[in-house]
Structures are given as C-alpha cells and as structure tokens.
Design a protein around this ligand. Structure first.
Ligand code: 13P
Length: 251
C-alpha cells in the first residue's frame, strides 16, 4: 500500500529554542487536525532529541538530514545512523543535492550511507535530480537512472522497501522555479518504471516518490494530484507554519 508523505527539510535553519517551539506548534496542529499524509520533520541534528520528546505519541515523525557513512569511531564531526535512531528519529535524508554539490558526496558514498541507515532501523528519503544544463541537454532521465542504479539498486528488496525516493530537480530548489506537474509526473513515472524493472511491479506500486523544489501552497495541490507523485519534500515553505500545513493539507 503506497504511503503519502509530506516532509519538511529545515536545512541549516533555526536555533535550538526556535526549532523546538516550531516543532511544538506543528505537533499541536496535527494532533488537532490529523493529516491525510504522513508528516515528517527533518531537522538539524541539534533538534533531534528535544523534538523527539515533543513529537512522541503525536502524528508527526522525525528525521535527520544526513548521516555518517561509517558506523562509529574516529570520524570527527560525524553523526552515525545509530546515534540518529537513538535520538528518536525514524528517517534520514540521504543524497540531497546540496550534500552532493557542496560536500562532494558521490553515489558510492550515498549507497554506503543508505545501507548503514537501513541496517540501523532508519527509513531513508533518497534524493535524486538533474541540474539545469542536464535538463537542457535532455539527459535528465539518464542522470536520474544512474543516481538510482548506483545509489540504491544494489540494495536487496527488503532493505529497498525502507526507502522513499525524492525527485528534486536541482534547478527548482530554492529558485522559485517549479517543475510543471507534467514534468514531475513524467520523471516520477520514469523512476517507478526503473524500480519495477529492478524490484518488480508490486514493489514499484508500493513505492512512495516525493517531489521537491519550490513547492508552495499555490502549486502543491496540482503537483500532488499527479498519479505518480505521492507527496513532497519541502524546503523554504516548511519553515512557515501556515505554508507547511497548507501544503500538507493539499494532499
Ligand atoms: P525548496 O522547497 O526551498 O525549493 O527546497 C526543496 C528542497 O531542497 C527540499 O529538500
């Protein structure tokens, strides 16, 4: 059964008190008005333990935005999937384009992170998407196929079923440019077809595929209405309660 999800990616925003206050407000909101979609907040590491306490027993799940590629040991500054799990999170974003671009994370590293996260009981929101010149050159379907084949497709099926794919065209992230609903649908269908080729039709039909990139209350409903779009990964608009709740409610 395919699950609808709207996840907020706070990125590097909000100091501790501000983030916990915001988590409390969202917790109260979705307790009073349970959403039709699963709601996930992907916060900076510093918020995880406090937010987990706040969100416990409610309708909002918690995730991190990155994790280490090694299980433990002398890796100064890193945070392992086991640590994230122990803080109370259930999800981790892996392969966001900002990690790929600014921190040079390649598909091999992302595969290691994904595997380790799943082994440690986390669900993974795995991001893929092309940059502008790749779309202009018409190579976007190939780019996404390579990202999935190298980053995910060596997982066995039971592990792969812990993955949510987020298609985030890089040219649409934080730019105000959104993929058209038709562009999102054709890429999501491409992704689902690739998943069916690797894991079979039933697994592909169960797979949640999110769209991310300048998603706002004004465009979410139309994008989410496409048959292969199962929700969103929301950046800037997830930092404002009215916008984020409106996007969740447009599912
Ligand atoms: P924006 O919604 O700010 O474009 O960011 C999308 C994103 O990168 C979510 O991970």
């Amino acid at each position: 059964m395919r699950k609808k999800i709207v996840a907020g990616n706070w990125k590097m925003n909000m100091e501790l008190a501000e983030g916990l206050k915001f988590a409390s407000e969202l917790d109260a909101y979705f307790k009073e008005k349970p959403a039709a979609a699963g709601v996930v907040l992907c916060t900076p590491f510093i918020h995880l333990a406090g937010a987990a306490d706040i969100l416990k027993g409610g309708n909002v799940a918690l995730g991190a935005q990155n994790c280490a590629s090694e299980p433990s040991g002398a890796y100064t500054g890193e945070v392992s999937p086991a640590m994230i799990r122990s803080a109370g999170a259930a999800y981790v974003i892996i392969g966001h384009s900002e990690r790929r671009t600014y921190y040079h994370e390649d598909n091999a590293i992302l595969h290691r992170k994904t595997w380790l996260a799943i082994e440690n009981g986390l669900s993974v929101i795995f991001c893929c998407g092309e940059v502008q010149h790749e779309r202009e050159a018409g190579t976007h379907f190939d780019v996404v196929r390579t990202q999935l084949e190298e980053g995910l497709f060596s997982l066995p099926e039971d592990a792969f079923r812990k993955v949510v794919i987020a298609y985030e065209p890089v040219w649409a992230i934080g730019t105000g440019l959104t993929a058209t609903p038709e562009q999102a649908q054709e890429m999501h269908l491409h992704i689902r077809t690739l998943v069916a080729g690797r894991y079979g039709r039933e697994c592909a039909d169960d797979m949640t595929i999110l769209y991310g990139g300048s998603c706002k209350p004004s465009n979410a409903r139309e994008i989410f209405s496409k048959p292969d779009v199962d929700g969103g990964l929301i950046g800037g608009a997830s930092l404002k309660k009215e916008d984020f709740t409106a996007i969740v409610e447009s599912i």
